[in-house]
Design a protein around this ligand. Structure first.
Ligand code: DX5
Ligand code: ZN
Length: 219
């Protein structure tokens, strides 16, 4: 199972509804929505109002990536807006187990995101609570950055950890995913691929998504 999740960070916001329809028709599996607060990461993007608008514009699952401090304060608003998946950063959650429970109790599937420098040990004892783990392969904050190669080994090690603790959990990778990097992260064990610039900066989304999927599934 390969999941391609276009990140709307690189979409044309003057016609977001049209962009969402276009990637849905082009074969996308999830819509990835990057929420940034200008504190945890040095950029500010959008909040629940955009998630609610996306919900009306697509039938694909909405995957909300919270790059914000104190996510627990606003998670209910994102759930209400229609998020299907919510990931929080381990670095922002002193009570990570509780925050994951909060997400699940709201009827949303929880995930944990890890920055490139954050060790896998931060999720070792809560791995059974997760639907997915998001491995950041760039430092979060911006689209179009260069893939950090050490993410490949991290994904490989995470695959082993999840095989023991939660074999159903999906490994998602986010940052610098394109035709040059997707095969290696897929081989390491990633199954959900977030791609912003690699999809939205190309003229034919269907062709791009099909090519990414093919590269990810090539043995
Ligand atoms: C970065 C975001 C990513 C971003 C990826 O902080 O979490 O989802 O949109 O962009 P690309 O695919 O262009 O690296
Ligand atoms: Zn993201």
């Amino acid at each position: 199972m390969t999941l391609i999740a276009p990140s709307i960070l690189s979409a044309d916001f003057t016609c977001l509804g049209r962009e969402l329809s276009a990637v849905e028709t082009a074969g996308a599996d999830w819509i990835h929505i990057d929420v940034m607060d200008g504190r945890f990461v040095p950029n500010i993007t959008y909040g629940p109002i955009i998630v609610e608008a996306c919900k009306r514009a697509t039938s694909l699952p909405l995957d909300v990536h919270l790059m914000i401090e104190k996510p627990e304060e606003i998670i209910p608003a994102f759930a209400k807006a229609g998020a299907d998946y919510i990931s929080v950063h381990a670095e922002t959650c002193p009570h990570l187990h509780r925050t994951l429970q909060q997400i699940r109790e709201l009827g949303v599937k929880p995930g944990v995101a890890l920055n490139p420098a954050t060790p896998l040990s931060s999720i070792e004892y809560i791995a059974d609570q997760l639907e997915f783990v998001l491995i950041m392969s760039v430092n979060p904050g911006f689209g179009g950055q260069k893939f950090i190669a050490s993410s490949i080994e991290k994904i490989r090690t995470l695959s082993g950890l999840l095989a023991q603790k939660n074999p159903d959990a999906v490994i998602q990778v986010d940052g610098g995913i394109n035709s040059g990097t997707i095969a290696a992260v897929a081989k390491a064990g990633a199954r959900c691929f977030v791609a912003g610039s690699a999809i939205f900066n190309t003229p034919d989304y269907a062709q791009t998504i099909a090519a990414l999927r093919k590269d990810a599934e090539r043995e």
